[in-house]
Design a protein around this ligand. Structure first.
Ligand code: SAH
Length: 254
C-alpha cells in the first residue's frame, strides 16, 4: 500500500494572493480534500474527491482524514486562515491523541502548512496594531467555559496586551462580544483604538476603526476579527481613513 498522509492546509483569510505557494501545491497534489463546505468551495476545481462537512464536526472530519490516509490516500484537510489558529490542525492532533489503537491513525504522517491568520490580515489593512506584545482569544464558549474567557480578557487587559478576538459572535452566541467589551472597558481607557476587520481579503471586506467606548458589538459578525489596542496603540488620520499602530518601544507610564 502506498504511504498515505495528511496535510493540514491553511487557505489564508481569502483570495489567492494570501494562499502560500506551498499550500497551493499541496491542494493540487492531494487525492482527497476534507473540510467545511465554504472552505472547500475556495479550492479551485480539480480531480480531488471532496468530503464537505458542517462546521461543528471537526473531530469527525479529522478522523475521516486520518482513516483515508491510513488507507493509503494523500489527504489535504483545509482550514481558513492558519490551520493552527483555532482550527483543524489541533483537531487532527486531538484525533491522533484519542486514538484507542488498532485503527492505524497513529502511524499516519501529518504535516501542517501555515497560512496567514485573520488577525494578521486585519492588522495589515489597519496599519501595524500588532507592533508590540499581543494575544489572541477566541470568544467561542462552545469548547471552553465563559468564565475562562472572561478571566483571560481581564488579565490580558491588565497586562496591557493588544488583544485579537476571534469568533466574536455567532447565531448561537449573540451576547459574548458585548460582554467582552464591557469587561475590557472596566480596565482600559475608553479612547483605546478598536479595529473591526470583516471578511478581510474577500470581496465584501470591511474595515472599521473606532474606540472602545464607541465599539458596537452589532457591527461584528462571524467573519469579523476584532483587535483592541493596548494603552500605547495610536490612531492617526490618513488619506484612506484612520490608521492604527502600536509603537515597538514601551514608554514610561504605560
Ligand atoms: N484559522 C482561522 C481562524 C478560525 S476561527 C484563522 O487563522 O484566521 C474563525 C474566526 O476567524 C472568525 O469568527 C473570525 O473571527 C476570524 N476570521 C476568519 N477569516 C476571517 C477574515 N477573512 N476576516 C476577518 N476575520 C476572519
Amino acid at each position: 500500500m502506498s504511504a498515505g498522509r495528511v496535510v493540514v492546509v491553511g487557505l489564508g483569510p481569502g483570495g489567492s494572493d494570501w494562499l502560500t505557494p506551498e499550500s497551493a501545491r499541496e491542494l493540487a497534489e492531494a487525492e482527497d480534500l476534507v473540510g467545511y463546505g465554504p472552505y472547500l468551495d475556495r479550492v479551485p476545481a480539480g480531480p480531488q474527491v471532496r468530503h464537505a462537512s458542517d462546521n461543528r464536526v471537526e473531530l469527525d472530519r479529522a478522523r475521516l482524514a486520518l482513516d483515508l490516509a491510513a488507507g493509503g490516500r494523500r489527504v489535504a484537510v483545509v482550514s481558513g486562515g492558519d490551520p493552527g489558529v483555532f482550527a483543524m490542525a489541533a483537531a487532527v492532533y486531538e484525533a491522533l491523541d484519542a486514538e484507542a489503537g488498532g485503527t492505524g491513525r497513529r502511524d499516519v504522517e501529518v504535516r501542517v502548512c501555515p497560512g496567514i491568520t485573520a488577525m494578521q490580515a486585519a492588522a495589515a489593512r489597519a496599519g501595524a496594531p500588532l507592533g508590540h506584545d499581543f494575544c489572541a482569544i477566541s470568544l467561542s464558549d462552545n469548547l471552553k467555559p465563559w468564565d475562562v474567557v472572561l478571566r483571560r480578557l481581564r488579565l490580558a487587559a491588565e497586562a496591557d496586551f493588544v488583544i485579537a478576538l476571534y469568533n466574536p459572535v455567532s447565531r448561537a452566541r449573540p451576547w459574548q462580544l458585548g460582554a467582552a467589551f464591557d469587561a475590557l472597558r472596566a480596565v482600559r481607557d475608553p479612547a483605546t483604538p478598536v479595529i473591526l476587520g470583516r471578511a478581510i481579503g474577500r470581496p465584501d471586506e470591511r474595515l472599521t476603526v473606532t474606540t472602545l467606548a464607541a465599539a458596537d458589538p452589532a457591527a461584528a459578525d462571524m467573519s469579523t476579527v476584532v483587535i483592541v489596542g493596548s494603552s500605547h496603540t495610536r490612531t492617526l488620520a490618513g488619506p484612506g481613513g484612520a490608521r492604527v499602530y502600536t509603537p515597538r518601544r514601551y514608554g514610561t507610564g504605560g
